[in-house]
Design a protein around this ligand. Sequence first.
Ligand SMILES: Nc1nc2c(c(=O)[nH]1)N[C@H]1C(S)=C(S)[C@@H](COP(=O)(O)O)O[C@H]1N2
Ligand SMILES: [Mo]
Length: 532
Amino acid sequence: MTVPTATPPDGVCTDHPEGVTHVSRIETVIRRALAGLIAVGAALAAGEIVSVAVSSFSSPYFAVGALLVDNAPAPVREFAIRTFGTSDKQVLLTGMAIGIAVLAIVAGLVERRTKPFGSVLVVLFGIVGIVAAFQRPTATATYVFPSLAAIVVGVLVLRVLTGYLGARRNAAAPEQDGLSRRAFVGLAATAAVAAGGVALVGRAIANAGNAISERASLKLPTPRVRAKAIPAGSNIDVPGATPFVTSNQSFYRIDTALQVPELKTSEWQLRIHGMVDREMTLTWDDLMGMQPVEKVITLTCVSNQVGGDLAGNATWIGYPIKDILAKVGVQADSDMLFSTSVDGWTSGTPVSALTDGRDAILAVGMNGQPLPLEHGYPVRQVVPGLYGFVSACKWVVDWELTRFDRKKAYWTERGWGQMGPIKTASRIDVPASFAQVPAGEVVIAGTAWAQHRGIEKVEVRIDDGPWEVAQLAEEYSIDTWRQWSYRWQATPGQHMLYCRATDKTGQLQTEERTPPIPGGATGWHNRVITIT
Ligand SMILES: Nc1nc2c(c(=O)[nH]1)N[C@H]1C(S)=C(S)[C@@H](COP(=O)(O)O)O[C@H]1N2
Ligand SMILES: [Mo]
């Protein structure tokens, strides 16, 4: 940075009849840093508003984020999910914002009249945005515009705020800002307010008449046959126990989407192609002309740790996948349904699991409402017995019938398994970890699942005692989880509680502790509590 050797007091210098300003070193640094921040903020705002016109997926900020998500090495991703859980996206976006702010300050500090390093940095950011936007599955040539707008606005604002554009050049100190303090503050405030306003207006336009407002008034089709009623006995009457049906608000959410796709029913299509006798494209109206079914199915994520809560049970409304596959005619040597989401994520589901008679559905409703946007609005897949990463494609828009030896889906490409059968699991929900409970009768309660095989038995062990059979809640179906409880005469002291389940094929839950990757965690859940 060029700083005048003798720093006169701030303000207008009386030596210069033109009113050229001298600025102290510290004020110069602050001005430059602010100029960089405001310029880059304005650039991002410009990118966002143009992306409203192009496509939300063309936003340079989110495109760069998506690029990071899709290319994060497996250990980094594992760490992020373990450490931040489902707030990993917020953490990434915040981290990006901090990184960008630092680079923006640098850009401001290094900008010069004839050596515009800061502007070059802004252009480089923009180019990264363009490259990232073109990686989006929906990219078209127009995806260049948001980043181009960001570049133009960023460079212009930076040049103006550093006084290199539109302000009088200071002949005595050509690298010094030619702006008076008042002019700088006025321009900086104007640019900051304008950028903020543009960003807000962009949000508002994007939200008007979009999928969110459509969903609020969407009428779900009425299934002719409702799901079997949930018997009262499927819920256990223990305070703190996991409810049999998970509300949409508390249903776990796992996906790679930094921006929840906003797809309207009128924009939704499912193209079915590949190893089929008749290619077909389904629209929302086509679906509405078909017979919906209603099913209660428990979903589970392969990333769930022993004792973890990445599982949920809902009543789904949708269309049997096997009926749709029958319409297109799956060729005999096709063994995989390769599904693609509108955000580019893919899953590969064994055709056998979709046609063997189980309730695999193309779902449009969840617990009596249209799918929440984060759970796949308007259409997703739900397949009993398989982990979500091989089966539960949200925002699904493309089905290719293919073979496992020809294609690999998103997570399989990143080191996870291929077929994804759900492993038998059981967990203790009550009492809480490290709870202090008075001696006497203590109810231990939990959840167990082995979707599409069913839960036969759950056993509980206290410390090194014998395994005792727990009481099972009434079974709804083999595709749903099952609650259990055990009454224990607790004696004072610290105790370790264990549980394990046996599925209906007679297979006992695996004792050996293994991590979630590649095919789901194994091991018996345990919990330490203190009886007082
Ligand atoms: N488009 C898309 N669909 C997806 C995913 C994803 O990342 N993108 N994740 C899958 C995984 S790993 C799981 S466990 C389930 C979770 O569904 P939920 O978020 O509705 O609970 O969605 C599946 N469908
Ligand atoms: Mo998952």
